[in-house]
Design a protein around this ligand. Structure first.
Ligand code: BTN
Length: 244
């Protein structure tokens, strides 16, 4: 993937959601790799309509525009590309992570980062994706009473030292473009194989009221889960994407 003329990253002190800013930018013609970061979001969102909370200035809030050459129906793979890329970026800082289906990044069984890929139909049948990533970088404490699906952790808690949020952002954007370039050259199979290698083993995941242990990832991105009654089910990837 050869990217020319990537504009300088846009950094905002505050916005509703960096995904919204990146989407508008994509609609105005932002090229692949265009990046938006913010110190604080007033309406940060996660998957399944959840709110993404982040204390001002302490964590990474980043959205990157992609313009994949694929059909919109194949956009689900981007969730896996993005989760792997975030895991790659964390490794550069000495943070070893595991993956929870479809696109959460865990350290010591706790959530250090989440990914929200949103697709946007553009004029002329074209489409763009906005890959939104929240990484808990320097937050030292998390509310005990919040209804977390998975208890959070930050890089700082894991490593015992603070990181430069901007450097983490640069690594995430670079690793994302690199993983996506690999996918375009070698196909989805290599992404899914690498995702499997980092899958959190015996980890309980939820889908609405349902719960199950993630056990294996199918070639179409579905996860095979073991349900509490011991039987197996496959959950699909529609859940992995948000749509504008
Ligand atoms: C999740 O775990 O449910 C996904 C969380 C994604 C949060 C990021 S923060 C930057 C970008 N802007 C948003 O509003 N959401 C994503």
């Amino acid at each position: 993937m050869h990217i020319e003329n990537v504009p300088a990253p846009r950094h905002l002190v505050e916005c509703a959601s960096t995904n919204d800013i990146a989407r508008e930018w994509a609609r105005d013609g932002a090229p692949e790799g265009a990046t938006v970061t913010a110190d604080f979001q007033t309406a940060g969102r996660g998957r399944r309509g959840r709110i993404w909370h982040s204390t001002p200035g302490e964590n990474l809030l980043i959205s990157v525009v992609l313009r994949p050459p694929d059909l919109l129906a194949d956009a689900w793979i981007l969730a896996f590309v993005a989760a792997l890329a975030v895991s790659d970026a964390l490794a550069e800082f000495g943070v070893v992570s595991q993956l929870k289906w479809p696109n959460d990044i865990l350290v010591e069984g706790r959530k250090v980062a989440g990914v929200l890929v949103e697709t946007s139909a553009l004029s002329g049948g074209d489409w763009a994706a906005v890959v939104g990533v929240g990484v808990n970088v320097n937050q030292a404490r998390f509310a005990e009473d919040a209804a977390y699906e998975v208890r959070p952790i930050s890089m700082r808690i894991a490593l015992g030292e603070e990181m430069a949020v901007e450097k983490v952002g640069e690594a995430v954007a670079r690793c994302l473009l690199s993983r996506e370039a690999d996918r375009r050259s070698h196909g989805a199979a290599s992404i899914l194989a690498n995702w499997r290698e980092r899958m959190a083993l015996d980890f309980e995941i939820k889908r609405g009221p349902e719960r199950g242990i993630q056990s294996s990832l199918e070639d179409d991105g579905r996860i095979c889960v073991q349900l509490p009654d011991g039987t197996f089910a496959r959950w699909g990837t529609l859940d992995a994407l948000g749509t504008f």
